[in-house]
Design a binder for this molecule. Structure first.
Ligand code: PLP
Length: 404
């Protein structure tokens, strides 16, 4: 196939595969307990309610007629945009329906923003650690990726200001404000305000990538960054609250970006699946269902988070450090003195998987970290996964061999 290699574009040749996707084949070993993927709890999908929503979307005499199987507007189905705008407005006080673009998952929203804003070599700011999917998009766009350290309060905006003062001029800054992937941190209110001020002062777009907002099981809500500046684009998704297979996400963008984003979306896929959009609309407009469903998801994830955290305390004690998140899917665990990439093979051998911290940075600052997802395993599996981690990691009961 080497003669075809010459046909690949420079972009395709340099595109990195996601570390998590590369691991997936190993995860299929029987008995493997995976803390690696960021998958929602499959047993919590509201399948019966989905069946009803599909029936309604596909019934000619139903509320949506034949529209669910027809081509639709690139911007998204009107009723869905109205609903999403209303929800966004209740948080940021100002989003209108014509600022909402329905996307094929929020991952597409990140890609469309990169296509719309970035030329090769343009600087983008990400958190350290950063969401892998945005690192992939920005790398594919040929951007110069600059990272800013984060702590338990999210991105350290003082450090960002320092970088801006010394001449860094980014086109955009990407943050996951609630229960960040992978760190679990929530960006503190005063840092949201500060970040918004920096965007206004230095003229860059903030990508407020917020798929986990509803999955809060401790603490209280923090106002979105979009409340503080017109330069924020907020992304949302049905993936974590309904089901990722639906592939319905959205962005709320300032009017000045709207036309360019719609053109980019048109070139990418004409529009997001109308069937998925009507199914999402049916589910999102059923308030009693939605409220009860989100409540039960939050208590499920709260329990799972607590189980994994308690089990790590028992099994690893001082061999690990972490902060318990207020929501989302992830524990961001530090194993002092351990290179988590080198230990991964030993962990897989004893039947537990995680994502090494190095995958979430462009440097080696998180080499002793691992992202552990508590979302998709049952409590007893989480306890067993922690036991296996204790076995695989140096200092554990069994001697872990270091892979060559
Ligand atoms: C922070 C973040 N952004 C975006 C996405 C993409 O989600 P989707 O495209 O399913 O909406 C994910 C998925 O894990 C995520 O964690």
């Amino acid at each position: 196939m080497s003669n075809l290699d010459g046909l690949l574009s420079a972009r395709a040749r340099t595109a990195r595969s996601s570390v998590i996707r590369d691991l997936l084949h190993l995860l299929e070993q029987p008995g493997m307990l995976s803390l690696a993927g960021g998958l929602p709890a499959g047993d919590a999908f509201p399948t019966e309610r989905f069946r009803l929503a599909c029936d309604r979307a596909l019934s000619r005499g139903g509320p949506y007629g034949a529209a669910a199987l027809q081509y639709g507007p690139t911007e998204g189905v009107g009723e869905l945009r109205d609903l999403l705008a209303r929800d966004a407005r209740s948080l940021d006080g100002r989003t209108e329906a014509d600022e909402v673009l329905v996307t094929t998952g929020s991952q597409q929203a990140i890609d469309l923003l990169a296509r719309t804003l970035l030329d090769p070599g343009d600087a983008v700011i990400v958190e350290r650690p950063a969401y892998l999917g945005s690192l992939q998009v920005f790398a594919a766009a040929g951007a110069s990726i600059e990272s800013v350290p984060s702590d338990e309060q999210g991105m350290c905006t003082d450090a960002l200001e320092q970088q801006l003062r010394t001449g860094l001029r980014p086109k955009l800054c990407s943050v996951v404000p609630n229960f960040q992937n992978p760190s679990g941190a929530t960006l503190a209110d005063e840092r949201r305000v500060h970040l918004a001020e920096l965007a206004d002062r230095y003229g860059f777009v903030i990508v407020e990538d917020d798929p986990y907002r509803e999955l809060r099981f401790a603490g209280s809500d923090v106002a979105p960054i979009r409340e503080h500046t017109e330069l924020a684009v907020t992304l949302g998704s049905t993936s974590k609250v309904l089901a990722p297979g639906l592939r319905v996400g959205w962005l709320c963008a300032p009017a000045m970006l709207r036309d360019a984003l719609v053109r980019a979306k048109q070139a990418a896929d004409l529009h997001t699946s109308t069937l998925s959009q009507y199914v999402a609309l049916d589910l999102l407009t059923d308030e009693p269902f939605l409220r009860a469903h989100i409540e039960s998801l939050c208590s499920c994830y709260a329990e799972r988070c607590g189980e994994l955290a308690d089990a790590l305390d028992v099994e690893l004690g001082e061999r690990c450090e972490f902060t318990r998140p207020d929501g989302g899917f992830f524990l961001w665990v530090r194993f002092p003195g351990v290179d988590t990439s080198s230990v991964l093979e030993a962990a897989l051998r004893v039947g537990v998987a995680y994502v090494p911290g190095a995958a979430f940075t462009t440097d080696d600052s998180c080499a002793d970290r691992a992202r552990l997802s508590f979302a998709s395993l049952a409590p007893e599996q989480l306890r067993e996964a922690a036991r296996r981690l204790g076995e695989a990691l140096p200092g554990g009961r069994a001697v872990a061999t270091t892979p060559s």
